[in-house]
Design a protein around this ligand. Structure first.
Ligand SMILES: C[S@@+](CC[C@H](N)C(=O)[O-])C[C@H]1O[C@@H](n2cnc3c(N)ncnc32)[C@H](O)[C@@H]1O
Length: 326
């Protein structure tokens, strides 16, 4: 019988990093806005509304990503569990609504489930519901910004860890940053640990661009909502109606780029600073790098992971890799 534990409140790190008025968030946002080519890191998409908008993106026709990845877990959960073993600790990085991990619960039967996310209010309500459905799994939600730190609380078991990083979020990092992040994940895997990771594959530009420019405008709302979150954190005065959503495939970099473009000349102010944007000037909000199977396998090996075992969906749109931490 698996150990049962009641729901814990998330670790408080992210609350400190991201609550309105947080010095670190203000500094990061102001310095990003002051750069010649302004940029805001994609982690700022995720206030509570941002998390809900991402859930909605996963349902739109054009966004094949979630359907393709879900298909892989539905078809290969047993195989994944045979390789990874049952009864371990499943650590879900950027867990969101935890839906993908939940697809693996029956096969993996984790002893501990550790969903990690920066969007703590959303994480709390998700885990509260999930814990009621799976009382036999000890759920230990952790709120933190994993670009700052991956230090997990001591109560999380060190052995038989499966680090799960779904959603193709690894694509938000440049290949060099991805290597650095995977190396940090490798360290967290511990003894007998492994990584299970979802990666979006390179495909024709029209499919990719449609996925990030859905006809219902949900991705546009997700991108624009970042300004609402920034106003909250930085006390800035962005007007959402001054900006438009832009997403395109950068073929040279194998990367979808998302930007917010000023519809008219705009001066944005915040306590201690301001930035003028000419009409058409952009704020870079997200990169989503796409990989080939071989390219991603090489990346994993360069971070000391073993030869990965990989699965794709029938249309070969998405890749899931399991790799042991050597
Ligand atoms: C693209 S969504 C993926 C959600 C879910 N894993 C899925 O595959 O559907 C990215 C998730 O990572 C979280 N996230 C983004 N940046 C983060 C960071 N720096 N630290 C912790 N969580 C982060 C977001 O809040 C969001 O839930």
């Amino acid at each position: 019988m698996l150990e049962t534990q009641s729901l814990r409140k998330p670790h408080d790190v992210a609350d400190k990093v991201f609550s309105a008025g947080s010095e670190r968030a203000r500094h990061e946002l102001a310095s990003g806005l002051r750069q010649h080519a302004a940029r805001i890191p994609p982690k700022y998409f995720y206030n509570e509304l941002g998390s809900k908008l991402f859930e909605a993106i996963c349902l739109v026709d054009e966004y094949y990503v979630t359907r393709a990845e879900t298909n892989i877990y539905l078809n290969h959960a047993t195989e994944i569990a045979d390789i990874a073993g049952q009864g371990g600790t499943l650590i879900d990085l950027g867990a969101g609504n935890c839906a993908k991990a939940a697809l693996l619960f029956k096969a993996l039967q984790p002893n501990q489930y550790v969903p990690v996310d920066i969007s703590t209010a959303f994480l709390n309500s998700t885990v509260e519901r999930l814990q009621a459905v799976y009382p036999q799994i000890a759920m230990l939600p952790v709120g933190l910004d994993f670009t700052e730190s991956l230090n997990l609380p001591a109560k999380i078991r060190q052995d038989q860890r499966l680090l799960f990083y779904p959603g193709s979020s690894i694509g938000n990092f440049s290949p060099l940053q991805a290597m650095q992040f995977l190396t940090r994940i490798h360290r967290e895997c511990g003894k007998n640990g492994a990584l299970l990771i979802g990666v979006d594959l390179v495909k024709p530009a029209d499919i990719l661009e449609a996925a990030y420019n859905d006809s219902l405008g949900i991705t546009a709302a997700f991108n624009l909502n970042l300004l609402v979150h920034v106003n909250n954190l930085l006390d800035s005065n962005f007007l959402v109606s001054d900006w438009r959503h832009i997403a395109f495939f950068n073929v040279d970099q194998n990367c979808i780029e998302m930007h917010l473009e000023a519809r008219r000349p705009v001066t944005v102010q915040w306590p201690g600073g301001e930035r003028f944007f000419a009409q058409g000037e952009r704020i870079h909000t997200e990169n989503s790098y796409k990989y080939t199977k071989d390219g991603f396998s090489e990346l994993l090996k360069s971070c000391n992971f073993g030869d990965p075992i990989c699965w794709t969906d029938p249309a070969q749109q998405f890749l899931v890799c399991y790799a042991r931490a050597n």
